[in-house]
Design a protein around this ligand. Structure first.
Ligand code: GDP
Ligand code: GDP
Length: 437
């Protein structure tokens, strides 16, 4: 499982700047939907030898919309479940009273804390470090988040303090012949009811492992000759009533499930329509790049007008999930449930496509013949060939001359062209450009 690192500190010390610097690699898929990235507070850091989930707890506590209360709880939860806290302070402003009170709170928690002194460009590191000596924490890491100073050292120190998970290790764990399906949705949309339907039995939820806010239950099952592992994020909370409200919607658990899955089933509640929490979840799913099937549950008991309204509401509020197939179901009565797994298999196959370079290059040539790329500074962008650079989601890498100048509209055209030609269904597709070989 990926370790969790939390950024903690007063406002304005540079937490979100540092967050953006460390998580830079994952932005490609969400770039088109500015609204989704606005409140990005959870991200993946995937450096070689240093992979973890990063949380900006500042973003959590400073939220002002109706998610504020939930977010405050999540901040506490994030700190509780983190493997390491990065306590960020402002090196130019010097030590503040707020820094001291945060330090004493962290000391009480007994968490592993790394003090990060930011905004130190042009300053002598020993002098800055001495200023914060009174906080009583270990040797601080001196950085500048805007200039990039001390960042690789910071990563090294983080990796020495957290359990290491390499890319290869997590890929080895995943068995290529089984579909790892995470069922996600906010509380009460009907995830557990649906899971019981899919498994075809009333499952007894009486596991002995201690449930934490990061664990999901993994259930292997077989259907029509296909092996699945179902990742159940809803099950754990039933065991520990005490902290039920906190555990009902744990973003961390969601992120871990997204890491583990290759396909996600997002469950929505037709009776309630799309609410902010659904949008938030949808944003995390898009960002993960996982394949997706949408199940609009509780379709029973709605009349025609209501159904039309719900369907329109989904299209209007979740346009960025248009690559996913939507099913209208009733988990309670079983209608529509039988078809879900077919879409899951299709999405999985699409996400794992192994199309050879020759075929991708032919499709690229067809796309260009139908509709040539625009001129950039009076010269035409020249594409030479395309190859597959990764799966889940498929990454199509296009080589040629000044390909990076490809405008966004043309990138989208190519993406759709590849999607149609390869019959990719239920997975995002990433198009990347390279110049030269
Ligand atoms: P947060 O409230 O802790 O998330 O802080 P932000 O990341 O929003 O940063 C607050 C301000 O500090 C912004 O104007 C940043 O541009 C600035 N800032 C962040 N990192 C640095 C740094 O390394 N050096 C300097 N000089 N300014 C920084
Ligand atoms: P979870 O929190 O997402 O796991 O949701 P549950 O499976 O516990 O379901 C929450 C409530 O919704 C329960 O009272 C279910 O009986 C009800 N429910 C689940 N599926 C359906 C459905 O298809 N139709 C209707 N009308 N109610 C449902």
């Amino acid at each position: 499982m990926k370790p969790v690192v939390a950024l903690v500190g007063s406002p304005n010390v540079g937490k979100s700047t540092l967050f953006n610097r460390l998580t830079r690699t994952r932005n490609a898929l969400v770039a088109d939907y500015a609204g989704l990235t606005r409140d990005r507070i959870y991200g993946n850091v995937d450096e070689e030898n240093c992979r973890f989930i990063l949380i900006d707890t500042g973003g959590l506590t400073e939220q002002t919309d109706n998610m504020a209360e939930l977010m405050r709880k999540q901040a506490r939860l994030a700190i509780d479940s983190a493997d390491l806290i990065l306590f960020v302070v402002d090196g130019r402003a010097g030590m503040s009273a707020a820094d001291q009170s945060i330090a004493s709170m962290l000391r009480q928690d007994g968490k592993d804390v790394l003090l990060v002194i930011n905004k130190t460009e042009g300053e002598h590191r020993d002098i800055v470090a001495a200023e914060f000596f009174a906080l009583g924490l270990d040797t601080p890491q001196v950085i500048s988040a805007t200039q990039g100073r001390g960042i690789s050292e910071l990563l090294q120190r983080i990796s020495s303090k957290i359990p290491s998970v390499t890319q290869e290790a997590s890929e080895l764990e995943a068995n290529d012949d089984e579909i790892r399906l995470a069922v996600l949705g906010r509380p009460n949309v009907g995830k557990s009811t649906l899971i019981n339907r899919l498994l075809g039995e009333e499952r007894v939820v009486a596991f002995d492992e201690p449930g934490t806010t990061r664990d999901s239950i993994h259930i292997p099952f077989e259907k029509d000759g296909v092996q699945y592992t179902l990742i159940d994020t809803a099950g754990v909370r039933r065991r520990s009533r005490v902290s039920e409200t906190l555990e009902k919607f744990s973003i961390l658990k969601t992120l871990q499930a997204l890491e583990d899955a290759n396909v996600v089933m997002l469950v929505l509640d037709a009776h309630e329509g799309i609410v902010d929490q659904d949008l938030h979840l949808a944003g995390l799913i898009v960002e993960s790049g996982r394949a997706l099937v949408i199940a609009v549950n509780k379709w029973d008991g709605l009349d025609k007008t209501e159904r039309e309204w719900v369907a329109a509401n989904i299209e209007r509020r979740l346009p960025f999930l248009s690559y996913a197939k939507t099913h209208f179901i009733s988990a309670l009565h079983g209608s529509g449930v039988g078809l879900l797994l077919k879409s899951v298999r299709l999405a999985y196959q699409s996400a794992m496509t192994k199309t050879p370079t020759s075929r991708l290059t032919r499709i690229l040539e067809d796309a260009v013949a139908d509709h040539p790329p625009p001129l950039v500074h009076g010269r035409r962008i020249k594409y030479r060939y395309a190859h597959l650079g990764g799966k889940n989601p498929p990454r199509i890498i296009i080589h040629g001359n000044q390909t990076e100048a490809t405008p966004d509209s043309y990138r989208r055209y190519l993406e759709n062209f590849f999607r149609k030609s390869l019959r990719l269904d239920g997975t995002p597709v990433m198009i990347e450009f390279k110049t030269g070989d």
